[in-house]
Design a protein around this ligand. Structure first.
Ligand SMILES: [Zn+2]
Length: 96
């Protein structure tokens, strides 16, 4: 991957009455394409702040749309540490 390529971070949409995050430190941010609120866990937040690559957070629907419509290959990533975050969270009760 080169520095001028964009990488997409697919984030789960925040649904109505869904204000509890499974992973501690998760925040709500806006999808870069449609503006809907999505969840962004700490691993994703670190990736978005990376100086080494351009990372764009999008919701599931917008990520799929980009994959289907863009002519160039679309880079989608799972942030380093995401698997550990989720597996730890699954063993604990939800936190607000
Ligand atoms: Zn979107």
């Amino acid at each position: 991957m080169t520095n001028d390529e964009e990488t997409y971070l697919i984030c789960a949409e925040v649904r109505d009455n869904d204000n509890v995050s499974m992973v501690p430190g998760t925040i709500q941010i806006a999808c870069a394409d449609c503006g809907r609120q999505v969840w962004c866990a700490p691993s994703g937040q670190r990736l978005l702040m990376s100086d080494e690559q351009t990372v764009i957070a999008v919701c599931n629907a917008c990520g799929l749309k980009r994959m289907l419509e863009e002519e160039d290959e679309v880079e989608i990533t799972i942030p380093p540490g995401a698997y550990g975050e989720i597996s730890r969270a699954l063993r604990q009760p939800p936190v607000p």
